[in-house]
Design a protein around this ligand. Structure first.
Ligand code: NAP
Length: 281
């Protein structure tokens, strides 16, 4: 069966370009957009993400304020910085790169960010707004997946949508977004009985299980759309996803690759959220 490869790189470039144009239009009205990025410690993977976020800001014409704090930063010092940025009218968005060192309470940090500046969409108020269908910031990775589907002309309404994973940053908001788009949604997790039986019902299968190449062809219905959220490095240091692309792709009508699928969408949607934040400040 021939299948479409959903090109997340190209779609993310389109979204960033749209953001860049909106930023230009705001600048003409004298409005600047500023994202504050806070990193605690020097975890190499986090440093790569932070660098890419700053680069995307630069591309879109937004300002980025960078706070690279030492590993031993206390929780109170971090909360004080967040409160200062909350009160700063020039700052539109505040992003705290996760994970944080163990001595810092991540939930408390997220809850301290002003929901109007919560461009990651992790604040309980943002999650609650999504749940009851009110406007607010949406977690970037699942929001990016909806854009991938829409911009690839994949209909969600009325479809059997199965999400594997129920994390707060991917699985749960993903399920809520698919529901908002009128999909019929099932969420699977580690206690799901007979995972294969459930996934084989899916017209749209979203895989965020966090296990390399876990989903093989026998989990997938002929003609399904498969979105792979996973990012892993295999034994040859190459990137791979939660889906075994080789055995799954030929059964699908459309599939995201890793790399170049969901990954680039996360930063593009962060830029989108930063632009949206202007309306909320
Ligand atoms: P996570 O917090 O580890 O969640 C994994 C989920 O999978 C959990 O809900 C878990 O169930 C479920 N699960 C584990 N084993 C299972 C099994 N055998 N059968 C069914 N469900 C099972 O992971 P996450 O943060 O959501 O991330 C998922 C993947 O996406 C990771 O590979 C991560 O690196 C990647 N990711 C990518 C991006 C991106 O920008 N592309 C962003 C975020 C995450 P329980 O709840 O029962 O434990």
């Amino acid at each position: 069966m021939s299948y479409q490869i959903i090109d997340g790189k190209a779609i993310s470039e389109q979204i960033k370009e749209e953001c860049r144009k909106k930023v230009v239009a705001y600048k003409e009205k004298g409005i600047e957009i500023t994202l504050a990025v806070i990193q605690v410690g020097a975890d190499p993977a986090s440093s790569v993400y932070v660098r890419n976020k700053k680069r995307a800001c630069e591309f879109c014409g937004m300002n980025s304020l960078s706070y690279e704090l030492p590993e031993e930063t206390t929780q109170e010092e971090l909360l004080t910085l967040i409160r200062k940025l909350n009160a700063d009218d020039k700052v539109n968005g505040i992003l705290v790169q996760l994970p944080l060192p163990k001595h810092i309470d991540e939930d408390l940090v997220i809850q301290t960010i002003d929901p109007k500046k919560d461009v990651d969409g992790f604040h309980p108020q943002s999650v609650g707004a999504l749940c009851i269908g009110q406007p607010g910031f949406v977690s970037c990775t699942p929001a990016g997946i909806i854009e991938l589907l829409k911009r690839s002309n994949i209909e969600i309404a009325g479809k059997e949508c199965v999400v594997i994973g129920r994390s707060n940053i991917v699985g749960k908001p993903m399920a809520l977004l698919l529901l908002r788009e009128n999909g019929t949604v099932t969420v699977c997790h580690s206690r799901t009985k007979d995972l294969k039986e459930v996934t084989k019902r899916a017209d749209i299968l979203i895989v965020a299980i966090g296990k390399p190449k876990f989903i093989t062809g026998d989990y997938v219905k002929e003609g399904a759309v498969v979105i792979d959220v996973g990012i892993h490095r295999n034994e040859d240091n190459k990137l791979c996803g939660d889906v075994d692309f080789e055995s799954v792709a030929q059964k699908t009508s459309a599939i995201t690759p890793v790399p170049g699928g969901v990954g680039p969408m996360t930063i593009a949607m962060l830029m989108h959220n930063c632009v949206e934040s202007v309306e909320l400040i």
